[in-house]
Write a protein that binds this ligand. Structure first.
Ligand SMILES: Cc1cc2nc3c(=O)[nH]c(=O)nc-3n(C[C@H](O)[C@H](O)[C@H](O)COP(=O)(O)O)c2cc1C
Length: 324
């Protein structure tokens, strides 16, 4: 059994964080992942008001007695920033003590609330300088993702193999790293780079419990590692997504220097929901990491996590034997 500072601090069985995914990490899916040994992150961006988030946390707590985190989304395009304090208060009131923030800027104004609420604050970012800023503000753990990452990749374009150890070396607090991890080899590699935990998103979408349409799961298991693209860099919101018609449309709009409104019209959450709920694969864009090329089946979350951790242990053991 692999134990790390992160499994200790978060009190989870496996050093795996199931990354927050808007409209996907719902109470049911978070509970399934946490029950299977990971620490999953509920997406507060799924909810419009603190009351809705409160209900979702209650629902999650009713489905699992294992640890889960709540993501507070700092991307202004995804979450009205004047609501953040209410979201944090609702989270702490409901007894959820692991808060993850992700977005453009570490949330200095929220830190006193995290500390007064006795929360473990994880800040997710995509660069050494942002990691240092989060740590200097009092983050307990930094999560860092590299260029392979599904979703927001930031502006630096540094691969996970360089990003993770750079951040580990720059900080004296535990680091969770990811971007491109889909199997036990990836988990072992991230731990070898000095991180104490591994974040995964894309891989978790091809699981039985993931609340997306089967068409999308099937598309992911057919996809290759070359089937993603970066979009929305022109509007300072770079995301790695699965390259479908909507992604190609955005790439075309960006090459024509189209307006933010024209791009957001294609990239809207409503369009993504059509993909997730109706299985209309070209309705919108969906975040997706390069690791999608390694995804080949649709197991249950428990089957997947048990397999990944067993493989990680095997890899580590094998490397130990080789080095003797
Ligand atoms: C479909 C999808 C939606 C995501 N939504 C968010 C989000 O709303 N906020 C966020 O901070 N990260 C989001 N992410 C990023 C994940 O939390 C995680 O950092 C990422 O998936 C890890 O990289 P991987 O996909 O290569 O495993 C999303 C990722 C995916 C695949």
């Amino acid at each position: 059994m692999i134990k790390t500072k992160v499994t200790e601090m978060l009190d989870c069985k496996y050093p795996i964080i199931v990354g927050t995914m808007a409209n996907i990490t719902t109470p049911e899916f978070v509970a399934a992942c946490s029950n299977a040994g990971a620490c999953a992150v509920l997406a507060s961006a799924n909810y419009r008001t603190p009351e809705e988030l409160r209900e979702a946390i209650r629902r999650t707590s009713s489905l699992t007695n294992q640890p889960f985190a709540v993501n507070i989304n700092l991307f202004p395009a995804l979450m009205p920033q004047d609501k953040l304090e209410g979201f944090v208060e609702a989270t702490l009131d409901e007894g959820a003590k692991i808060i993850e923030t992700s977005g453009h800027k570490a949330p200095e104004h929220l830190v006193p609330k995290f500390k007064q609420g006795d929360a473990i604050w994880i800040h997710k970012c995509a660069g050494v300088r942002y990691a240092k800023k989060g740590a200097s503000l009092g983050a307990d753990i930094i999560t860092v993702v590299g260029y392979e990452n599904g979703g927001a990749t930031g502006i630096l374009d540094i691969g996970t193999l360089v990003m993770a150890p750079s951040v580990v070396d720059a900080l004296d607090i535990p680091v969770i790293a990811g971007g491109g991890v889909t199997d036990g080899r990836g988990v072992a590699a991230i731990l070898a780079l000095g991180a104490e935990g591994v974040i995964m998103g894309t891989r978790m979408m091809a699981t039985k419990e993931c609340p997306i349409h089967d068409n999308l799961k099937q598309a992911f298991i057919q996809a290759r590692e070359t089937d993603t693209s970066l979009v929305m860099r022109s509007i300072k919101n770079t995301h790695r997504v699965w390259r479908n018609k909507a992604a190609e449309q955005i790439i075309e709009l960006e090459s024509q220097k189209s307006s933010l409104q024209q791009i957001v019209q294609v990239a809207s959450g409503q369009n993504a929901l059509k993909m997730y709920r109706e299985g209309d694969l070209d309705a919108g864009i969906v975040s997706c990491g390069q690791g999608v090329g390694l995804v080949k089946d649709i197991p249950t979350v428990k089957e997947l996590l048990d397999r990944i951790m067993k493989d990680a242990e095997d890899v580590i053991q094998k490397l130990g034997i080789i080095s003797k």
